[in-house]
Design a protein around this ligand. Structure first.
Ligand code: DC
Length: 213
């Protein structure tokens, strides 16, 4: 069982994916963390995230240690991730790891939940269930501000909203694997729904797919 959850930044897909994985005993992969690790490696090397050589090197030599680095969740890492993610070579270098994770979930788990931008369209077009989670840019910027403040930092709403919009624009309009719902994806708008309601809806869909045909 492969569950693909795509959507823009801060729409709630990570929280939903983690909860579904916990509930059904599936493995969970946050594919954005791979792009973030590449972006962070480039920044730490003192290079610009839109430097193709630096991004390609970092994606070929993915430093798994960075996946647990506290700076991975920083706003500037997300912006860098979105820039390296526009490069086809970087995407190609990260594809096999994601596909292997989905087809052979670690720990022998009976399924995998992957979240990102192109899981339903490119990484796992054969997924058993595809969800596309959205929310308005304002709602997402508000959530991101609260997250940043919860980590003890200050966050300026207008600045975060501009980052959210710029990231959407880059992620939707790149030539390779742009963020878009797969044709067979179910769309869920979380602007007005809390996480429990979203989880209940999604869990019911997974239960339905798990029933023998
Ligand atoms: O979900 P996130 O904010 O952690 O993702 C960071 C960036 O990585 C996002 O702006 C675009 C890129 N990304 C991608 O291009 N494809 C994915 N499957 C996941 C993330």
């Amino acid at each position: 069982m492969i569950i693909a959850i795509d959507g823009p930044a801060a729409a709630g897909k990570g929280t939903l994916a983690r909860r579904l994985a916990d509930h059904f005993g599936f493995a969970y992969l946050d594919t954005g963390s791979l792009y973030r690790a590449v972006g962070l490696a480039v920044l730490r090397a003192g290079k610009k995230p839109d430097d193709p050589n630096a991004a390609q090197y970092a994606s070929l030599n993915l430093d798994r240690g960075l996946l647990r680095d506290p700076d991975l969740r920083e706003e500037r890492t997300g912006i860098a991730a979105s820039k390296v993610a526009a490069m086809p070579e970087v995407r190609a270098n990260l594809l096999e790891f994601q596909r292997n994770f989905a087809s052979q979930p670690p720990g022998g788990k009976p399924g995998a939940v992957l979240d990102g931008r192109d899981v339903g369209t490119v990484v796992c077009p054969q997924a058993n269930l595809k969800l596309f989670i959205t929310a308005s840019p304002e709602v997402r910027a508000k959530r991101r501000c609260l997250e940043i403040q919860a980590r003890g930092h200050t966050a300026e709403f207008e600045e975060i909203l501009a980052d959210v919009r710029a990231r959407d624009d880059r992620d939707m309009n790149r030539a390779d694997a742009p963020m878009k719902p797969a044709e067979d994806a179910l769309l869920l708008d979380t602007s007005e729904l809390d996480i429990d309601a979203v989880f209940l809806r999604a869990a019911a869909l997974v239960t339905e797919r798990l029933k023998p045909q």
